[in-house]
Design a protein around this ligand. Structure first.
Ligand code: UD1
Length: 343
């Protein structure tokens, strides 16, 4: 019988891509999501790709009783991948308590319930935001965690600590914490991709929406940084590659391959690309001219960060494979498709 994996936030951007990869790898997936930032229509699209409709329950992970009922109903869950969280940096500054409640209470509920139902594996979505501006690049997992720039970033740090403390207290839980760099792109089938709520805050959806005419102009937030072309540098990771890292993490946990009960891995390509380089590459691969201009810096932005992904390469046996060209093309194909649907 296929191993059962519960995915919180499984209808979201990274969650949906991960569900597809889990199903492709033969796992049975149960999704819980409160649909606060996604739609149930994603389930049809997952089914179109894999031929399998995942079980779905509309549940908020802050609701302890509802979660307990799911664990009681779907017995034998082997591991949880926990994506469900609020993730907009700016919004977290305005609504810190909402962020602390959503992102902390849901984690605490899951960790409390897991031992009661004999669930031993836990994969957590963390972020390179925990490194702040690293002193050394590429940044490896041993780099210090820097004071968070936002309540959102702080929830990721505190969540990591909660997992570490819970496992250290003797709970029968093994965990893999994945620190994502900047996920972009869409599934090559164009059935699933990023669906930003309102005006996109992240670079690539803003680029594709501008290119298709939904937004007038892209603002490049600063070109006077201490980088070769003056714009910020990030490690843009293809979302399908990222999704596959979760399958590798699950396999490591289920096959008892871990070297310690909580392991942390960077999930990035190892290559830094500037905002302006990304824009140029987008124009080149799509043939679409992008209307952009350089504006003031965005408060709180990190100047440059890219991953040292060697630990994940060596230990998880995972490596980012997709090129930036194919990844940007996938983001563009997805934008064209969803815009046609909305016409
Ligand atoms: C940040 C966090 C990340 C978090 C994400 C959530 C860091 C290093 N990363 O990502 O952990 O998950 O927020 O939103 O703290 N840009 C523009 N114009 C735009 C949009 C963005 O120039 O319209 C630039 C930004 O200034 C930045 C780069 O593009 O230099 C990437 O921005 P974005 O996509 O928002 O991601 P991060 O800020 O890296």
């Amino acid at each position: 019988m296929a191993d059962r994996i519960l995915v919180t936030g499984g209808t979201g951007y990274i969650g949906s891509h991960t569900v597809v990869e889990l199903q492709n790898a033969g796992y049975e997936v149960i999704i819980v999501d409160n649909l606060s930032n996604s739609g149930a229509g994603v389930l049809d699209n997952i089914e179109k790709i894999t031929g399998i409709r995942p079980v779905f329950r509309k549940i908020d992970c802050c609701d302890y009783e509802a979660l307990a009922a799911i664990f009681g109903k779907y017995k034998g869950i082997k591991a949880i991948i926990h994506f469900a969280a609020s993730k907009a940096v700016g919004e977290s500054v305005e609504k810190p308590l909402m962020y602390y409640r959503n992102n902390l209470v849901s984690l605490i509920n899951l960790l409390e319930l897991m031992p009661q139902f004999g669930i031993g594996g836990f994969v957590f979505s963390s972020s390179c935001t925990v490194y702040g501006q690293p002193d050394q690049l590429p940044v490896s997992e041993s780099a210090p965690v820097k004071p968070a720039e936002s309540p959102y970033g702080n929830t990721k740090q505190v969540n990591e600590e909660i997992i570490q403390d819970t496992v250290a207290s003797g709970a029968n839980i093994r965990s893999v914490i994945l620190r994502y760099f900047n996920p972009i792109g869409a599934h090559p089938s164009t059935e699933i991709g990023e669906l930003p709520n309102g005006v996109p805050q992240n670079l690539v959806p803003y680029i594709t929406q501008t290119a298709i005419g939904i937004r007038e102009q892209l603002s490049v937030f600063g070109a006077d940084y201490d980088t070769p072309d003056g714009s910020c540098i990030r490690d843009f990771i293809n979302v399908v590659d990222l999704a596959k890292a979760h399958v590798a993490a699950i396999e490591r946990i289920l096959q008892s391959g871990q070297k310690s009960p909580v392991e942390v891995f960077n999930i990035g390509t190892g290559r830094g690309l500037s905002v302006l380089e990304l824009i140029n590459t987008f124009e080149k691969v799509t043939g679409v001219k992008l209307n952009y201009r350089v504006t003031d810096r965005r408060a709180g932005d990190i100047v440059k960060v890219w991953a040292d992904p060697q630990l994940a390469n060596n230990e998880l046996g995972w490596k980012a494979k997709e090129s930036i060209e194919d990844t940007l093309m996938s983001a563009w194909n997805w934008q064209v498709k969803i815009s046609k649907k909305q016409e």
